[in-house]
Design a protein around this ligand. Structure first.
Ligand SMILES: Cc1cc2nc3c(=O)[nH]c(=O)nc-3n(C[C@H](O)[C@H](O)[C@H](O)COP(=O)(O)OP(=O)(O)OC[C@H]3O[C@@H](n4cnc5c(N)ncnc54)[C@H](O)[C@@H]3O)c2cc1C
Length: 462
C-alpha cells in the first residue's frame, strides 16, 4: 500500500500558524478556496482594487489539486482547439487561447513584484505523435492558430515516415520535415512509433510552494485588507441581491461579492434568494476525475523538460475512456541533503469519480496505476534508469471537469454577487492565473468583452 505522497507538499516550508475562522467576519470580497486560483484571485484583487478580501479554505492552503498536480506550466486546452472554434467562432477561440498564453506574463509579473522564491523553469517542451490522425489534429490547430492571429507552433514530421505524402496540401507550410532521429532525440525516446513532434513553450513549477508563499506575501503586505482562514469549510452560500452570506461552521462571512475558487462544486450548497436556482444545475455539471502521478529521483544530469506522448489511438480530448496519453516532467528537486537530484514525474491515467462519490485525499495510490506509469517510462523514456526503480513519490488529485472542458471565469448570470474561477479541466495553472486577473478586473468595475470562459446562463439551458 502506497500512501498519497506528493513531492510538492513535501517541499512546503510553512511557518505560518493555521488560523480557523472563530468569529463572524465581513469583507468586500469573500474568496472560497486556497489553491492557486484563490491565491492569485486574491493577489490581483488586493493589488488592483481597494477591496478587503476574506479567503476561506476548507483544508490547508495548496493541499487540493494545486498540491497534487504534474506542475507543468502549459497553455493547451484538454479539448481540440478546432471544437472551440466551432462553438465560439475563430475570433473568440483565438482570444481565449491568447489570454491563457498571456498568463505567462502575469506569472512573471507576480514573481517580479513579490520576489517569491518558488522557482519557475521555462523551456521548449515537445509532444510526440504516433499516428497521422494525431498529426492532422495538431496541423488543423496550427492552421486555426495562424488564421486567428496566433503564432503557429513548430511541427516536425519524420521524412522517413511517408507521412509527408499523405498530409493534405492545405497544411503544407505548417510543418517541416526532419530526420526521425532528430525527432526522437527531442522526445528523449527510442520508440520508433513517434514520427512527428510539436514544440511549444512550457515550464515547470511547484504550484503549492508558489501558492503558499503568495499567501504569506499577502498576509504580510496587506494586514488590514487580507484575512486568511484555513481548516474552515464553507457549507452554504446564501446569495441576496447585494451580498452573500457564507456559512462556515458556526460562523458567518458576509461579503458584497463571493468568488468560488473551489475547483468543483462539491460539499457545499448555493442558495440564491434573489433569483432562480443555481445549485442543482451546477452540481450536476461539474464532474470529478482523479488524476494519478508517480515520480522518482535521478542524478541531475539533464535540463528541465516537459514531454508528452500520444501512443496509437490516444487523442487530446481529456476523454478518460479514450486511450491514455502520457506525459513526463523533469526538474531539479532540492532537499538540501546529499547530491542534487532531478525529479522525473509521469502522469496520464485518470478515473472518473462516480456520481455522488466523495473523493478522499487520504486514499492510497493504486498499484496498477503506478505499474502502468512505470511501463510507460520504461518503454518510452530514453533515460529510464533501471528496472525496479524506486518511486519516491506516488500521488493523486481531484480535477473538476466542466461540460465544455473550459474553465469558468466570471459572474454568475442568475446572480452576479457570485463569481467563479474554477473548473480544473486537467490543465489549470495558467488558466487559474488568467482567471484571477480577469476576476479582479470585474471587481474593479470594468465591463469586459465576452469570452469562452464566461459562465453559461443555466436558465437558458433545457
Ligand atoms: C493529477 C493532476 C495533474 C495535473 N497536472 C497539471 C499540470 O501539469 N498543469 C496544469 O496546468 N494543471 C494541472 N492540473 C490542474 C491544476 O492542478 C489545477 O487546475 C490548479 O491547481 C488550479 O487549482 P484550483 O485553485 O482551481 O483548485 P485546488 O487547488 O483544488 O483548490 C481548490 C481549493 O478549494 C478548497 N475548497 C473546496 N471546497 C471548499 C469549501 N466548501 N470551503 C472552503 N474551501 C473549499 C479545497 O480544499 C481546495 O484547497 C493537474 C491536476 C491534477 C489533479
Amino acid at each position: 500500500m502506497i500512501p498519497n505522497s506528493s513531492p510538492w507538499l513535501k517541499q512546503l516550508n510553512r511557518t505560518r500558524p493555521i488560523v480557523p475562522l472563530a468569529e463572524d467576519v465581513a469583507g468586500d470580497v469573500a474568496i472560497v478556496g486556497g489553491g492557486i486560483a484563490g491565491a492569485v484571485t486574491a493577489y490581483f484583487t488586493l493589488r488592483d482594487t481597494q477591496n478587503t478580501v476574506v479567503l476561506i479554505e476548507a483544508d490547508r492552503v495548496a493541499h487540493g489539486a494545486t498540491g497534487h498536480n504534474a506542475g507543468q506550466v502549459t497553455s493547451y486546452f484538454e479539448r481540440p482547439f478546432e471544437s472551440i472554434v466551432e462553438e465560439f467562432g475563430l475570433e473568440m477561440a483565438a482570444e481565449g487561447q491568447r489570454s491563457v498564453e498571456g498568463a505567462w506574463g502575469l506569472l512573471d509579473e507576480i514573481l517580479a513584484e513579490t520576489s517569491l522564491s518558488a522557482p519557475l523553469y521555462r523551456f521548449t517542451g515537445y509532444a510526440g505523435c504516433s499516428s497521422i490522425e494525431q498529426l492532422i489534429e495538431h496541423l488543423e490547430e496550427n492552421k486555426d492558430r495562424r488564421e486567428g492571429g496566433l503564432n503557429p507552433e513548430t511541427i516536425l514530421v519524420s521524412n522517413e515516415s511517408g507521412w509527408g505524402e499523405e498530409i493534405p496540401l492545405e497544411y503544407k507550410d505548417l510543418y517541416a520535415l526532419a530526420p526521425q532521429t532528430d525527432i526522437l532525440a527531442l522526445l528523449e525516446t527510442e520508440d520508433l512509433k513517434y514520427n512527428a513532434c510539436i514544440a511549444s513553450q512550457k515550464g515547470c513549477m511547484n504550484s503549492a510552494t508558489f501558492t503558499e508563499e503568495l499567501m504569506g506575501y499577502m498576509v504580510a503586505t496587506y494586514p488590514g485588507r487580507f484575512s486568511l482562514y484555513e481548516e474552515s469549510p464553507m457549507s452554504r452560500v446564501s446569495l441576496k441581491e447585494d451580498r452573500a452570506l457564507l456559512s462556515v461552521g458556526a460562523h458567518t462571512v458576509e461579503a458584497a461579492r463571493v468568488v468560488l475558487c473551489t475547483n468543483g462544486f462539491e460539499q457545499f450548497h448555493i442558495e440564491n434568494e434573489s433569483g432562480s436556482d443555481i445549485d442543482t444545475a451546477f452540481h450536476h455539471l461539474v464532474q470529478g476525475r482523479i488524476g494519478y502521478m508517480a515520480g522518482y529521483l535521478e542524478a541531475m544530469n539533464a535540463a528541465p523538460t516537459a514531454l508528452s506522448y500520444f501512443p496509437h489511438g490516444a487523442v487530446k480530448t481529456g476523454d478518460p475512456t479514450g486511450e491514455t496519453y502520457f506525459y513526463l516532467t523533469r526538474r531539479p528537486h532540492g532537499d538540501d541533503v546529499g547530491e542534487p537530484k532531478n525529479l522525473v514525474c509521469a502522469g496520464g491515467p485518470e478515473q472518473v469519480l462516480p456520481n455522488q462519490a466523495l473523493y478522499s485525499r487520504t486514499e492510497h495510490c493504486r498499484e496498477d496505476v503506478r505499474e502502468s506509469l512505470d511501463d510507460f517510462l520504461r518503454s518510452t523514456y530514453r533515460h529510464y534508469p533501471d528496472p525496479g526503480t524506486e518511486y519516491a513519490f506516488c500521488w493523486h488529485g481531484l480535477m473538476g471537469y466542466t461540460p465544455g472542458g473550459l474553465r469558468r471565469i466570471g459572474a454568475e448570470p442568475a446572480n452576479p454577487v457570485l463569481l467563479y474561477n474554477l473548473g480544473c479541466n486537467g490543465v489549470g495553472i495558467l488558466p487559474s492565473i488568467y482567471g484571477g486577473k480577469r476576476i479582479a478586473r470585474v471587481l474593479a468595475g470594468e465591463t469586459l468583452e465576452r469570452s469562452i470562459f464566461d459562465p453559461v446562463d443555466q436558465r437558458c439551458q433545457s
